[in-house]
Design a protein around this ligand. Structure first.
Ligand code: NAD
Length: 377
C-alpha cells in the first residue's frame, strides 16, 4: 500500500493513522458516518486522496468470468479484495494471475449463507455483487429466485447491519425484455422482462434502489449486454466453437439467425464498471454497458467460422420458437443506448463484430492447445 502524502501520516490516534483520524472527525461531523474505517475510506475515495488506509472491496462471484477480471483490476488499483465464491461455475484457475497477492483473500462460500457474508464483510467499504445463477435460458425458476433475489436480499441485510453502504451490482440487458425503443436507454419503461433470469435481475435492482432510498446506500447497477472474452465458458461464441469442433462441416444455430444483440469486450465492460462506480452521483443509478452497435447471430456464426479458418461450411438454422428466438425467453433484439455512461467519460474500444472476433480468436487459440472440448452432439 502506498504511504499517505499527508503530514503526520505515521502518527496514530485511537489506533488509526493520524490522517485517517482527521478524516474520521470530519466525516463524523459532516457525513454522520460512525465507522472510522469506512469513513476514512469514503473520504479518500470521494476526494481521490492517497489512501492512508487501503479500501477493501468484497467481490461476490469473484472467481467467475467477469468477477475475476474485476478482481485483477481492483487489486491493480491498490484495493484489498475479498472474494466470496462457491465455485459453482467459477474456478480458482480464473484467479491464477493474482493468487498469492497479499491483498487478496479468497473465501469458498455461498452468498446465500449469512454467516459467510458476516465474516467476509469485515473491514469492507464497497461490495461488487457478481455472484448469480447466470443461466439466461429456461431453468428452475426457484434457482433464480434463491441464487439471485434471495442472495441479494441477504447481502443487503448484512451490509445494512454492518454499515457498509456501497454496492455495485451485475445486472443485465435482459431487464428490458422486448423493448420497443432501440437503442434502449436506462429510463425506458415500463420494463417487462421476458425471462425469469431478467426478472430476477430487475427484482435485485429494485431491492438495491429501495435500500438506497431507505438506508442511504449508494447503489450502481450495470446492465451488461453480452460480455465476451477470456475465461467465459458459456455464451454463443464459445458454444459455436465447441459445436464446430464436434462437426466442422455444419453449424446448427438456434433460432432463425436474425436475433440481433450487442456484444462487449471484457476490458470495455470492466472499465465501464469502474467508471460507473467512481463517477455515479449516489443514491441508485442504473447504467447500460454495451457496444455502440448490435449484430445478428448469423454474423456471429460467420465470424467464428472465419476465425477458425474453416471452409465448405454449412450454417443451418433451427427456425427457433416464438418468431425465430433461440429459446423461450430469448430477447430477439437487444441494443442498448450507452449515452449515459459515455457522458461520464467511458467509451468502448470495440464494436460488437470486433468483440466477437477477438473472443473467437481467443477460443481457437485454446483449441490449438487442446484446452476446449467438442460439444457432445
Ligand atoms: P460466471 O458464472 O462466470 O460467474 C458467476 C460466479 O458466481 C461464479 O464464479 C460462480 O461460481 C459464482 N456463484 C454463483 N452462485 C453463487 C453463490 N450462491 N455463492 C457464491 N458464489 C456464487 O458468470 P459471469 O458471466 O462472470 O457473470 C457474472 C455476473 O454478471 C452474473 O451476475 C451475471 O448474471 C451477470 N451478467 C453477465 C453477463 C455476461 O454476458 N457474461 C451479462 C449480463 C449480466
Amino acid at each position: 500500500m502506498r504511504k499517505s502524502a499527508l503530514p503526520g501520516a505515521d502518527a496514530t490516534f485511537n489506533g488509526l493513522p493520524y490522517s485517517a483520524a482527521i478524516h474520521f472527525t470530519i466525516s463524523s461531523a459532516f457525513l454522520g458516518d460512525r465507522n472510522p474505517r469506512t469513513c476514512a475510506q469514503r473520504l479518500t475515495h470521494i476526494y481521490g486522496l492517497t489512501p492512508s488506509l487501503s479500501m477493501r472491496a468484497l467481490v461476490t462471484g469473484g472467481a467467475g468470468f467477469i468477477g475475476s477480471h474485476l478482481v485483477e483490476r481492483l487489486l491493480n488499483e491498490g484495493l484489498e479484495v475479498v472474494v466470496v465464491d462457491n465455485f459453482s461455475s467459477g474456478s480458482v484457475d480464473n484467479l491464477s494471475s493474482v493468487v498469492g497477492n497479499p491483498n487478496l483473500k479468497v473465501v469458498r462460500g455461498d452468498v446465500r449463507d449469512r454467516a459467510v457474508l458476516e465474516e467476509s464483510i469485515k473491514g469492507v467499504s464497497v461490495v461488487f455483487h457478481f455472484a448469480a445463477n447466470p443461466e439466461v435460458r429456461v431453468g428452475d425458476p426457484r434457482e433464480h429466485f434463491e441464487n439471485n433475489i434471495l442472495a441479494t436480499f441477504t447481502l443487503l441485510e448484512v451490509m445494512r447491519r454492518r454499515d457498509v453502504k456501497e454496492i455495485v451490482f451485475a445486472s443485465s440487458s435482459t431487464v428490458y425484455g422486448d423493448a420497443e425503443k432501440l437503442p434502449t436507454p436506462e429510463d425506458y419503461g415500463p420494463v417487462k422482462p421476458i425471462s425469469v433470469y431478467g426478472a430476477s435481475k430487475l427484482a435485485c435492482e429494485a431491492l438495491i434502489s429501495s435500500y438506497a432510498h431507505t438506508y442511504g446506500f449508494k447503489g450502481v447497477a450495470l446492465r451488461y449486454a453480452n460480455v465476451v472474452g477470456p475465461r467465459n465458458r458459456k455464451g454463443v461464441v464459445y458454444d459455436f466453437v465447441r459445436k464446430l469442433l464436434a462437426n466442422p462441416r455444419r453449424l446448427i444455430v438456434l433460432g432463425d439467425g436474425t436475433q440481433t444483440k450487442s456484444y462487449i469486450w471484457i476490458e470495455d465492460a470492466i472499465e465501464a464498471t469502474i467508471v460507473a462506480w467512481r463517477r455515479s452521483k449516489g443514491g441508485f443509478e442504473a447504467f447500460n454497458v454495451g457496444s455502440e452497435d448490435a449484430i445478428p447471430v448469423k454474423r456471429v456464426a460467420e465470424i467464428v467460422i472465419e476465425e477458425g479458418g474453416l471452409k465448405d461450411m454449412r450454417i443451418e438454422f433451427t427456425g427457433g420458437v416464438m418468431g425465430g428466438r433461440g429459446w423461450v425467453g430469448d430477447v430477439k433484439v437487444m441494443h442498448l443506448d450507452i449515452g449515459k455512461l459515455k457522458a461520464l467519460g467511458w467509451k468502448p474500444k470495440y464494436g460488437s463484430e470486433e468483440a466477437v472476433r477477438l473472443a473467437a480468436k481467443h477460443y481457437w487459440s485454446l483449441v490449438a492447445k487442446g484446452l476446449i472440448e467438442p460439444l457432445p452432439q
